[in-house]
Design a protein around this ligand. Structure first.
Ligand code: ADP
Ligand code: MG
Length: 388
């Protein structure tokens, strides 16, 4: 599975989405964009690159793809601007248009019009709206901007600015003068993605949230056929393993790796050992996280549980929330004399929880569990009871 050229294609799903993305009527909430949510490592990016992008292009639209996770240290705004510049760069007509429009036309040695793409960006001479309008008018095509792991955009102020710039561009391009702009955002966590659309001051207010379907039984049939092992895997047996592995293809692939160099393999017992290995790997992932959770200090543990229990309504320093931290500590069996929560303590705990990759912070002080699996573990272990 590590070989990315081997991919199970999901063309039907791509067609359905393309239809939804390209045909929404202007003015409907869907013209604000579409949000696709599915857990980490379940195949969103693979689908976007291998199936969705080609399907949008064959439907006659232009795709601008920005992956905000490809380089976690890059500023999300520069990634988005960079993706737009790259598409402009590939289109001489658009460059000419931009050069003329800005009076920045220089003729280089080859006699070709030169336009400096550094002039396109936030706070630059050519705004994202100008750039996308030029692209739309020149190509007469709809533009679909796909932002992968879009929640990263709201972890920096410039990322938030970029989203507002895109909102402006979308409103302009969706007017009858141009050919339309659709924005498709993917993300690993519904709560985080929801922050991009839940409040009126957010760039994608009201955009529909779609649960992106995880890979289904057809993928497992394909997987069992193409996996090169000295014994046969039965799709019927692998499917429940896949569900248990949180629909993450990599776990199935890693479990198979164990058998590749086993030269004295007992073919009769191998399928059962394969199942054991998938169980073990699935457990291992959770165990690592569970250990981190159970080694937290009492206040960190309390803050984490309150965040997980309150979801969108979490307000870190409100009196009622402070009471909840205390309650969480009591429920954890901390002796009353040691039950204590104050603002500096909570602030420190929030920072520690971010460092431990359990909690995620948006630029404006909004917090969410880093991953759904954190909430799942807490729920499974009964640690959210009494806090909702
Ligand atoms: N359709 C697919 N066919 C084969 N392997 C896949 C498919 N989708 C995902 N994978 C594998 O699963 C792993 C995670 O996929 P990825 O697309 O990066 O997930 P996400 O973007 O949801 O985090 C990758 O190693 C990828 O090769
Ligand atoms: Mg991805």
């Amino acid at each position: 599975m590590s070989n990315s050229s081997i991919v199970f294609h999901r063309q039907e799903l791509a067609q359905k989405l393309v239809h939804q993305i390209l045909t929404v009527s202007v003015g409907s909430a869907a013209s604000s964009g579409v949000f696709l949510a599915a857990p980490r490592r379940t195949g969103k990016s693979t689908f976007v690159r291998e199936d969705l992008r080609p399907a949008i292009e064959s439907a006659g639209a232009i795709v601008v793809y920005a992956d905000l996770w490809a380089n976690p240290n890059a500023d999300p705004a520069s990634v988005i601007v960079g993706a737009i510049r790259a598409v402009l760069a590939a289109n001489d007509g658009v460059l000419l248009r931009l050069a003329k429009g800005t009076g920045l036309n220089k003729v280089n040695l080859g006699g070709v019009m030169n336009f400096d793409l550094d002039r396109v960006g936030l706070g630059e001479l050519v705004s994202l709206t100008d750039a996308l309008v030029a692209l739309s008018d020149e190509t007469q095509k709809m533009i679909v901007l796909v932002i992968d792991e879009a929640q990263h955009a709201i972890t920096t102020e410039s990322g938030i600015t970029a989203l507002f710039a895109l909102k402006a561009a979308r409103d302009e391009l969706n007017s009858s003068l141009h050919h339309g702009l659709r924005i498709v955002c993917t993300g690993s966590n519904r709560d985080k993605l929801a922050m991009l659309r839940n409040s009126k001051d957010q760039a994608f207010f009201g955009a529909p949230m779609v649960n992106f379907p995880t890979l289904g039984p057809a993928f497992i049939v394909w997987f069992c056929e193409q996996i090169d092992l000295p014994f046969k895997l039965e799709p019927k047996k692998v499917w429940p393993l896949f569900a248990e592995a949180g629909y993450r293809p990599e776990l199935l692939g890693s479990a198979a790796d164990m058998f590749r160099f086993d030269f004295e393999l007992d073919v009769a017992t191998a399928p059962d050992r394969y199942a054991d290995e998938v169980h073990r790997l699935a457990e291992e992932v959770n165990e690592v996280q569970r250990e981190v959770i159970h080694s937290l200090t009492p206040i960190q543990f309390a803050v984490l549980r309150v965040i997980a229990a309150s979801a969108k309504t979490y307000a870190p320093f409100e009196t009622a929330t402070m009471d909840k931290y205390r309650r969480a500590m009591q429920l954890a069996g901390i002796p009353n004399a040691d039950v204590k929560a104050d603002v500096p303590g909570v602030q420190q705990a929030l920072i520690a929880l971010q460092d431990k990759k359990l909690v995620w912070r948006a630029a404006r002080g909004v917090y969410a569990p880093e991953e759904q699996s954190v909430v799942d573990i807490l729920t499974e272990d009964g640690l959210l009871q009494g806090l909702q």
